[in-house]
Design a protein around this ligand. Sequence first.
Ligand SMILES: [Zn+2]
Length: 646
Amino acid sequence: MNKNLAFIFIAIIAFVSGVSAQADRWQQHINYNIKAALDVNTNIIKGTEDIVYTNNSTDTLRKVYFHLYWNAFQPNSAMDIRSRELGKNLLNFRRGAITASNATMLGQEATQDWDRRVRDRIQKLTPTEIGYQRISQILINGKVQKLIEHETILEVQLTQAIAPKTSIKMNLQFEAQVPVQIRRSGRDNAQGVRYSMSQWYPKMVEYDYQGWNANAYIAREFHGVWGNYDVTLSLDKSYMVAATGVLQNPNAVADKFGNLSWNFTGKNIHDFMWAADNKYKHLSKEVRKGLTLHVYFKEKNASSDSAWANILWAAEKALPYMEKKYGAYPYPQYSFIQGGDGGMEYGMGTLLQGPGLGTAIHEWMHTWYQHVLGTNESLFPWMDEGFTSYAEDDITYWYNNNYARLSPYINEKEKARLKAEIETAKTQLPAIQFGNYTGYLTLAKSGIEEPMSTHSDHYNYNYSYSSAAYTKGATFLGLLGYVVTDSVRDAILLNYYNIWKFKHPNANDFFRVAEKTSGLQLQWLKEYWVNSTKTIDYGLNDIQAGNNTAIISIQRLGKLPMPIEVLITYKDGTSELHYMPLDLMLGGKASEGAINQIAHPAWQWVAPTYTFETSKPLSALKSIEIDPSYRMPDLNRSNNKLEIPN
Ligand SMILES: [Zn+2]
């Protein structure tokens, strides 16, 4: 370590320990007391909500809004039209011809850019298959409020404004029809689960420092108000109910009509999901004092059943690593529930189509980003899906290396497959986030990339949304490790969680934590990576013989500037890592690995080339490689490495 870097290292330690305390940002608060009865013959659910809503903002509220999500499942709804319109976008990846016009020419190889689960299915729903949610009335202090329905958003014009720092009580009555399962929620999904009940009750729209988040439901994302839920569900006694929250009445008996009531409570959550089936099998385990994990699934065959059991086994093993890397899990339970149409995250639970472990870990990990931090997924989808995808790969990699083959729930064939997967991962760079980097690089070359700052409902393509949110978002954390070191990146993630939990952080909030933790300036990274589609490409430019050295020139070809690492390997087997910080950082990262690091003066971002000297002569060089750790998502790696022939 040279002197320059010793100073930087000390500065980093000081900054890391100097970041603490919770962020100061007001949050609304809500208590729901919901009583609902589901008729399993008509699929109609009727209920009441008693709400206590506290306005912690500095604003006087004259209106409030509710989500009526299930109104989306009707022909010609915004969700239906949006899906059919996106279906007209044609994508083709195999030939690298991704523009719609090219894809049209390529005919059958083109892929329609709509969610394959939704497609044009909503348009075909019959009156008994559609979904709806209707609020018949809302009372405040006995007074009827004026309601205006905007399809999936209900506007409530209040007879009495809600002053800052005051609470109001609301009572509402609702009726809903459970739609045939199209997306996430509904009845009778492809696996035969009778009820996947997400987005099932009138849910208050979140009001935060950005105002009302009254987004119509056309595809995704569920911002919400944190609070406490007390939910009583009544339905035919032959059904088992799995839900958000802790069951309060496990010994309840059916009433004279054969209905059983299930009462669940959950604290400090912003949504409540449940599922019900008359053939669920239930496994559970108290994995530590005060935390019970549950699995609910429909028995199918030996391998599927043991894969569900494996989720419970693996979740217990993975949890300590998850908490050490990403922060404490704060709730008393979590349920992996078969239902829905893929994997979808909710408070204290997930609906999973099948028992894939990667998806199960992904959805559980959403508890950290979607539920506890509560990032607004419409505005910052990459901070939710991207960070979750990053963590999923990190945890899966760790679990596969440490526990996977010890599980009593996987067979020899599966063990062999895992072993091969681990061996393959060792050859891929970057080892852990390889899939996400590949996905991002495909997006960056597609010609239809849009900035990650785009509202998630408003991308031109579903593909651009999902790649930006998932793979570019996950790649960001790999790239951040490259810029500030992996260990500082890990410290940033923990600080971010602890400072911003239950506060709806935005992109800038994350970057401020990253700056304070690393001691480096990172605004440039936010502007380029989040708000633009500019890309990274560095290449070797020139090599000259110096005075007992080699003079190496590196070229910036892409528009996105980066700090640069160059690995020089000598014929004698030694190597050195040359490091050029970017001037915009106003500092540099500490040395990371065992390789001798040589730090150079910062590369001015305005300069297209940078020249440095090696410690040994040109004749001693074996190879030169830009970004040997592959953590920099360089669009063209063919100009990164030079092997010098003997
Ligand atoms: Zn996700």
